[in-house]
Design a protein around this ligand. Structure first.
Ligand code: ACM
Ligand code: ZN
Length: 544
């Protein structure tokens, strides 16, 4: 008997020695990691994960973690609800001595001799913790065990809003590709998927009351090849749109990963897809092609035609039916006023509203604000809040508008000073359609006016302390990376543009400024890239 006991002890000890170690220095870096590296808990095949039996969300997270552990290490764990002796325990409730993290995404992971205890205020926190455990694992190992050094991790994100935009209008990406995109977002702790659905080059959201809108408005006859101004086309029709069932499936899939989907219908500019189907909504009456090239189009929705608002309310109404998001994006960017200045209907509306040039605000810019106001009221009646690009400042912000600052941070600063909520997405730091490497010949061709490198993104400080008081800084909800797709037609290219720049962005979104260190980030990146390899997504192998 004694001998057997000794053998078991020896075996257990040896397994401690031979097991590869988990490493908690992941991306984005947790808020606090207090380790005792002299002792480890060894997780191995056959062990259990437990969650509170009546908690479906915790169960779903436990299932995810089982799958991620299996993918990385070949360790098979068992799901056992309400099992106090399980190796990994998910528990709701986060009080106790020395706990400093707060909020619905806050969590702690305590690892000691009895195993891995995960605690959070909300299921969302359990999910973030599960991602941390996943990213701590050695990837691609053969042994069915991993040693977890004793630790207490405390973690919570810096910003509540951690977004990524995918432009599915310039190019169409399938539901499966979007799901993969959402998986990658969740891996980086992102929680807002901004889905750019309508454009000059195609309208991609099914509106049931207007069946031709997506069927015809999604198809352009041809696409420009190379620089837009060369006007050389492929002469191949290009289309694709999302049915409302597709959209609901994306919303469901995203919600399982604690990601909110913010749909965007870009108005009143970027509307050639819709104008092609409803030329009566343009100032000149058309005809209008679905745009076959990129750039800013002069033809926009007529601001003086009452049918414009009827159209928008129908489209936004169905958008609200499909997307539960509190935030709805109305675009508002790049709307030239050339047509409005000459259009009798627009000018009559300006007169009717009594709009005059004030404080450098043109009557036409104020006409855009009038449209925004109507849509804001409509969205509010559905319990939603309006987000717009920073051009919505030009004619004056509507009462509760949230500003997404893209032309640098200036618009965001101005909006925060007016006590409006702001999302920072400045092009020079956050436009990941731009090249990531200095040498253009080393990467696929894309938007090429300036480089947006990992280090550039990493250096971004969203609260702009030089310009904003602490109270104004409270208006900054968070940060977003934008992946426009004029030059990105294939998923492989989209992921190449996204990664590893999203990793750099994730530390801007998640980490406290004093934690950030680019060299340290680069040292932590290769283990994350092993997960990219496992997921089969493309990424840029060089970090500048
Ligand atoms: C934008 O990049 N036009 C928002
Ligand atoms: Zn007009």
């Amino acid at each position: 008997m004694k001998k057997i006991f000794l053998i078991i002890l020896l075996w257990a000890g040896m397994s401690q020695v031979s097991a590869q170690k988990a490493d908690y220095h992941i991306v984005p870096l947790p808020t606090s990691i207090e380790q005792d590296t002299t002792k480890s808990f060894v997780l191995q095949t056959g062990m259990a994960i437990s969650y509170e039996a009546d908690n479906k969300e915790a169960q779903s997270t436990a299932e995810f973690l089982c799958q991620w552990v299996k993918e990385a290490t070949d360790i098979s764990l068992q799901l056992t609800p309400d099992n106090k002796r399980a190796a990994i325990r998910f528990v709701l409730g986060l009080q106790g001595k020395g706990i400093t993290v707060k909020g619905q995404e806050a969590y702690t992971i305590e690892i000691g001799k009895t195993g891995i205890l995960v605690r959070a205020n909300e299921p969302e926190g359990l999910f973030r913790a599960a991602q941390t455990i996943r990213k701590s694992l050695p990837v691609g190992i053969k042994e069915q065990k991993v040693a977890f050094p004793f630790v207490r991790i405390q973690d919570a994100p810096r910003f509540a809003y951690r977004g990524v935009l995918l432009d599915c209008a310039r190019h169409f990406f399938t539901v499966d590709v979007i799901k993969q995109f959402l998986d990658v977002m969740a891996l980086h702790g992102c929680n807002q998927f901004h889905w750019h659905l309508t454009e000059d080059q195609g309208w991609r959201f099914e509106v049931k009351a207007l069946p031709d809108l997506a069927v015809k408005g999604s198809v352009r006859e041809k696409t420009v090849i190379g620089p837009s101004n060369m006007r050389i086309y492929d002469n191949v029709p290009y289309g694709g749109y999302y049915t409302q069932d597709d959209c609901r499936e994306i919303v469901r899939y995203a919600a399982e990963r604690y990601i909110n989907v913010i749909p965007e219908i870009d108005m009143p500019g970027h509307m050639m897809g819709a104008l092609h189907v409803f030329p009566n909504l343009g100032c000149t009456g058309g005809p209008y092609p679905v745009a076959p090239h990129w750039g800013v189009m002069r033809d926009v929705l007529c601001g003086g035609n009452p049918e414009t608002l009827d159209f928008l309310k129908t489209a936004f109404g169905e958008l609200c039916d499909v997307f539960p998001s509190e935030f709805i994006h109305i675009g508002g960017d790049e709307c030239p006023k050339d047509r409005w200045k000459k259009c009798p209907k627009c000018q009559a509306k300006i007169k009717e509203l009594g709009l005059k040039e004030v404080n450098g605000r043109s009557p036409e810019d104020q006409l855009q604000t009038y449209l925004n106001h109507e849509i804001e009221q409509f969205l509010a009646s559905r319990g939603r809040s309006l987000i717009g690009w920073d051009e919505i400042l030009a004619g004056g912000l509507t009462e509760n508008a949230i500003v997404m600052s893209w032309r640098g941070t200036k618009g965001g600063i101005e909006a925060a000073k007016q006590k409006h909520r702001v999302i920072m997405s400045p092009n020079v730091y956050a436009y990941i359609d731009h090249p990531q490497l200095k040498d253009y010949s080393k990467q696929p061709r894309t938007t090429d006016s300036y480089q947006v490198s990992c280090s550039k993104i990493y250096s971004f400080e969203p609260l702009i302390p030089d310009a904003l008081t602490e109270e104004e800084q409270d208006c900054i909800l968070g940060v977003q990376a934008n992946l426009w797709t004029e030059h990105i037609a294939f998923p492989e290219h989209a992921f190449y543009q996204l990664l590893p720049r999203l990793a750099a962005m994730s530390e801007v979104q998640w980490c406290q400024p004093q934690q950030k260190d680019f060299e340290d980030f680069k040292a932590r990146l290769p283990r994350l890239e092993k997960i990219y390899d496992k997921l089969g997504v493309q990424y840029c192998r060089q970090v500048e």
